[in-house]
Design a protein around this ligand. Structure first.
Ligand SMILES: Cc1ncc(COP(=O)(O)O)c(C=O)c1O
Length: 366
């Protein structure tokens, strides 16, 4: 019998979220609402659809392995050299590339917990030691759980190759502010790479939450990770990017890529999305306005919800989480439960969110 590596055998099997069409069929309703994966509800922009159609006839060829056009556009947008950019098949794949490039077996990868669920898996697959630093607990009705930057710093030792800081944090939606993050970045040893995972950056409205690309400047051990999956509306195409102050970091990340991993269609769509930034910004403004409405509506219902800087809200329901998620599913609303901790609810359209709120009211009324 062949056996995978022990680290791989120990990984939990991938459990995809409920598919809304399957759920609707199962419970006999015309439509289910999916508020589980932090996608935006808008269809792709017309310019994106046009760009995809245009390259569709060329897909007998391999894509550009170096994604030169997209890399150039990103470099111009952020005022960096193309050598400081690594484009990847989604931010998740870039995280894997970072782990492969920097984490030898036995080295440490440090991150806050609870945070993005891929982080522990990355560490395990790389054979690295995952060092999890608990979030600072929030207070009831006050601040939600957020990063403990002093704790993260204390966890960094000579074996630590990478620290991941998810800002805003998935799934709590909380964000660290400029002075604290600057102090942290200045204190991390120069031999440890800090990756600021800013998958939700575009939804940040608090001016005190810094743009990682600004903080990266002058700090050669800092890189910033972004994605086209969320605000830019391209989750189905898989494209993200890493920007690094030190071109050697971007180069190391590019070296561990899967050849031709970013499809021709994804590259063309991302280029078209960047060229439609005004429309994307207008959509993001709709999402953040709806986030505030949803937050207020939940608070009116007595739910403890922190201010979110992302396109989702977090209900710290503890032991009640799984039960509420199941009750919502029975009413055709799919959310993302973290059993024993809380429920993450993606900001949908106002109509979708009203379906969620009505389902919640029905459950609470019993
Ligand atoms: C914090 C965080 N980082 C990265 C990603 C990955 O995004 P992508 O779709 O680009 O792989 C996600 C997706 O949910 C995320 O929440």
């Amino acid at each position: 019998m062949v056996s995978p590596r022990a680290a791989v055998s120990a990984l939990p099997a991938y459990r995809p979220g409920r598919n809304p069409a399957d759920l609707a069929r199962e419970i006999g309703v015309p439509k289910a609402v999916k508020l589980a994966s932090n996608e935006v509800a808008f269809p792709p922009l017309p310019a994106v659809v046009a760009a995809i159609s245009q390259v569709a006839g060329e897909t007998n060829r391999y894509p550009d392995n170096g994604a030169a056009v997209l890399t150039g556009d990103l470099a111009r947008r952020y005022g960096v050299d193309p050598g400081q950019v690594a484009v990847g098949c989604g931010a998740v794949t870039l995280l894997q590339q970072v782990a492969q490039a920097y984490c030898d077996p036995g080295t440490g990868l440090v991150y806050a917990w609870r945070s993005f669920e891929m982080y522990p898996l990355l560490a395990r697959v790389a054979g690295a030691t995952a060092v999890q630093v608990p979030l600072v607990p929030g207070t009831d009705g006050g601040r939600a759980d957020t990063h403990d930057l002093d704790g993260l710093l204390a966890a960094v030792d000579e074996t630590t190759r990478v620290v991941l800081v998810c800002n805003p944090n998935n799934p709590t939606g909380t964000a660290v502010r400029r002075p604290a993050l600057e102090r942290f970045l200045d204190a991390v040893p120069a031999t440890t790479l800090v990756v600021l995972d800013e998958a939700y950056r575009e939804f940040v409205t608090d001016p005190e939450v810094p743009d990682g690309v600004e903080l990266m400047r002058g700090r050669p051990n800092v890189a910033v990770l972004r994605t086209f999956s969320k605000a830019w509306g391209l989750a189905g195409l898989r494209v993200g990017y890493l920007l690094a102050e030190d071109p050697a970091v971007a180069e190391a990340v590019r070296k561990t890529h899967v050849p031709f991993g970013v499809s021709m269609v994804a590259q063309a769509a991302a280029v078209a999305a960047l060229a439609s930034e005004d429309e994307v910004r207008a959509r993001v403004a709709e999402v953040t306005a709806e986030r505030e409405r949803l937050t207020a509506a939940l608070r009116e219902r007595g739910q403890s919800v922190a201010d979110s800087q992302a396109n989702f809200v977090w209900l710290p329901l503890g032991e009640r989480t799984a039960e509420l998620a199941a009750a919502l599913e029975a009413r055709a609303v799919i959310t993302r439960p973290f059993a024993g901790e809380g429920l993450r609810v993606t900001v949908g359209t106002p109509e979708e969110d009203d379906v969620f709120l009505a389902a919640l009211d029905e459950i609470v009324r019993g």
